[in-house]
Design a protein around this ligand. Structure first.
Ligand code: IPE
Ligand code: IPE
Ligand code: MG
Length: 245
């Protein structure tokens, strides 16, 4: 199927609302070319730009979340960390105008307080500038962990209890306390790079997500790869624990 045939096929069936992506394989992509790992990250950032434009222009789905840095990624060499943060800072600065013009609303999910101050400022300004947009909700998971998220929810619940504002805790009530409360649960979680694990990405929200794993390394992931993932998703039967046959 050509890209346009794939696009028509995907459009003919119910689309996911929220697609979340674990962008893995940058380092291996670079290594295979005899390049430093950082070149893989640079290429990977271009893929995010391309896909964001594609999803926005085609109005494929309203929520796109990309996992850019996990709470465990701090264990990487200092030079790689510095490169990643500088890359993201530059990316947001360069692309903010275009993102805003295309109606993208940017959110950051994660413990931003540990990030370099300059990056925090860039992110805060971009989040503020785009907060009125709703053509595409682009969330960047940065110093994010599924466990961090749940602990954040618990901390908020405890703070409310201390302030005498405790309400009966239910799944719905707890969900509203999570840092991802504004987003619907992901319908589809895509992981590039061949590994078949969540690596501490969404945990609470992943309860009924469809998981799609592809060996394609992130820098090689493109519009067609995204459409193939969605096409695969559309062929699944989501039961949500019920009897549907
Ligand atoms: C994913 O690519 C990007 C980040 C985690 C920041 P990797 O850097 O993990 O690439 P591989 O898995 O080593 O190939
Ligand atoms: C997952 O990739 C995190 C991101 C894509 C940001 P990793 O490369 O960090 O995951 P592991 O270490 O292979 O599980
Ligand atoms: Mg990896």
């Amino acid at each position: 199927m050509s890209l346009s045939e794939l696009l028509s096929a995907v459009r003919a069936r119910p689309l996911p609302q929220h697609v979340a992506v674990i962008m893995d394989g940058n380092g291996r992509w670079a290594k295979a070319r005899g390049l430093p790992r950082t070149e893989g990250h640079r290429q990977g950032a271009l893929v995010v730009e391309r896909l964001t434009r594609f999803v926005g222009e085609e109005r494929l789905f309203p929520y796109l979340t990309v996992f850019a840095f996990s709470t465990e990624n701090w264990g990487r060499p200092k030079e790689e960390l510095e490169f990643l943060f500088a890359l993201l800072d530059g990316f947001i600065r360069d692309k903010l105008g275009e993102l805003a013009a295309r109606g993208v609303r940017l959110r950051v999910l994660g413990a931003v307080d540990r990030l370099p101050a300059s990056l925090r400022r860039t992110l805060a300004a971009a989040v503020e500038e785009t907060k009125g947009n709703d053509a595409l909700h682009l969330s960047v998971a940065l110093n994010f962990g599924g466990r961090w998220e749940i602990v954040e929810g618990v901390k908020r619940a405890m703070a409310m209890a201390r302030e005498g504002k405790a309400t009966a805790l239910s799944e719905d009530a707890f969900r509203k306390l999570l840092p991802t409360a504004e987003l619907p649960d992901p319908d589809l979680i895509i992981r590039s790079g061949g590994e078949q694990r969540l690596s501490n990405f969404f945990l609470w929200g992943a309860a009924y997500a469809e998981l799609y794993f592809t060996p394609t390394l992130w820098p090689d992931f493109d519009e067609e790869a995204l459409l193939r993932a969605i096409h695969d998703f559309q062929g699944r039967k989501r039961n949500f624990g019920q009897v549907t046959a």
